[in-house]
Unconditional design. Structure first.
Length: 407
């Protein structure tokens, strides 16, 4: 492994994480994942002790992948150019919590504490806290701080916050929480509430559009097996005018916490949610026979099938439709102490059928990825614990050394 460092970003070895940061060219020496890539540290920010569920989307890329969005919680919000790592401070405010880009609209969300409420102690279980969610319709409006609308969003500190998903083909957002029986609030592009509906089961994938109008996909667990249901929303966005039973979901509950990045890392079309559900609910999807030809030994193959079968990944539908699109396992998740010694179990992985897989540094998490200027740019976060008990997040950008195979 060779490494070259700039004055701005020196190479630092963190022994506890086995992660080399800085401007480093790395090659993974184990198995067919031998690929060159460049990882460059962008910045480090502190992590408040009560913010475990509030910063999960921090460090996403802008829609075009040319800038990294990072919030130093309760301090400042910055854009970093992914080529030269220069920082552009957008806002300095003690109420800032986190920010992320919307992979469907190209807009940017900023989450902020309500005035005077940022110094709360760690809340107890089932505590509901309200935040301001500010939406900017594009990067230009964001940098000039001209929001399209401000809404309220809840966090119960058990699951992730409520999510705001763009409904392709409807010019609407759907806001809901990952609950057993959630409510969906429908907002127009100006943030006005146009309707609200209660769903009798956990939402699966999200909300879609078809010739029938708005379609909500959810799970019914009234039988021994989870059944995928489809509710057709009435014109007033207040109730279901029809509910259909579609098919059994052999994977059980599979929420879409990561926004539409789980379906497509960029862009979303009408009908994509339905196609995503049909894909992931097929029994053969969990078997992942597409991995059989990678030349892995049985133990590694088992780990990979676990990570890319029922495990949460990015870009599933795009990957299924094109051999040149990546599906991304965001982070390592060993199932037992033995697997913790295997690189395939602790590394985030980018995988496509055209040329195999890329293993990124161990114990990091992938936040976002996008094809930018013919090169894939990946946003990484590494969480570390300091000796004094504080936590810190390291944000980095990873650029693949070779361009994707042309279609």
């Amino acid at each position: 492994m060779s490494c070259s460092c700039s004055p701005r970003s020196a190479c630092v070895l963190v022994p506890a994480l086995f992660f080399l940061v800085g401007i480093c060219r790395a090659t993974v020496a184990d198995g067919p994942g031998n690929k060159n890539y460049v990882v460059r540290e962008v910045c480090r920010v502190g992590v408040p002790p009560n913010s475990s569920n509030k910063t999960w989307q921090n460090g996403s890329l802008t829609f075009d992948g040319k800038e990294l969005i990072v919030v130093d919680p309760y301090k400042k919000l910055s854009l970093y150019n992914v080529k030269d790592l220069t920082e552009r401070i957008v806002s300095e405010n003690p109420l800032l919590v986190t920010a992320w880009s919307d992979p469907a609209t190209g807009g940017i969300f900023v989450k902020m504490d309500e005035e005077g409420d940022r110094n709360n102690v760690t809340p107890r279980k089932n505590t509901i806290k309200i935040f301001d969610l500010i939406y900017f319709e594009n990067a230009n409006a964001f940098t000039h701080w001209k929001p399209r609308f401000t809404s309220k969003i809840q966090d119960n500190f058990v699951f992730h916050d409520e999510v705001l998903h763009w409904i392709s083909g409807a010019e609407l957002f759907a806001m809901y929480a990952p609950e057993i029986r959630p409510d969906i609030t429908f907002l127009d592009t100006s943030g006005n509430q146009v309707g609200r509906i209660q769903v009798p089961g956990p939402i699966l994938g999200g909300v879609d559009t078809s010739d029938n109008g708005l379609e909500v996909y959810f799970l019914s667990r009234g039988t021994k097996e989870a059944t995928v249901m489809r509710g057709i929303v009435d014109g007033g966005f207040k109730k279901f005018k029809r509910v259909d039973k579609l098919f059994v979901n052999p994977g059980g509950m599979r929420h879409s916490y990561g926004g539409t990045r789980q379906i497509r890392m960029r862009g979303l079309k009408p009908g994509d949610v339905r196609k995503y559900i049909e894909l992931t609910c097929q029994p053969v999807y969990q078997q992942r026979h597409d991995l059989d030809d990678l030349g892995l030994d049985p133990v590694q193959l088992d780990v990979m099938k676990f990570k890319f079968g029922a495990y949460y990944t990015l870009g599933r539908l795009s990957f299924a439709e094109s051999p040149n699109e990546y599906e991304i396992s965001q982070t390592g998740f060993p199932r037992n102490p033995f697997e913790s010694k295997l690189p395939y179990a602790t590394c985030p992985i980018l995988y496509r059928r055209s040329d195999g897989l890329v293993m990124l540094p161990s114990m990091t998490s992938i936040i976002d990825a996008v094809l930018s200027d013919e090169t894939w740019v990946v946003s990484l976060r590494t969480s570390i614990n300091e000796r004094n008990g504080t936590k810190e997040d390291i944000f980095s950008v990873c650029t693949l050394a070779t361009s994707p195979t042309s279609p």
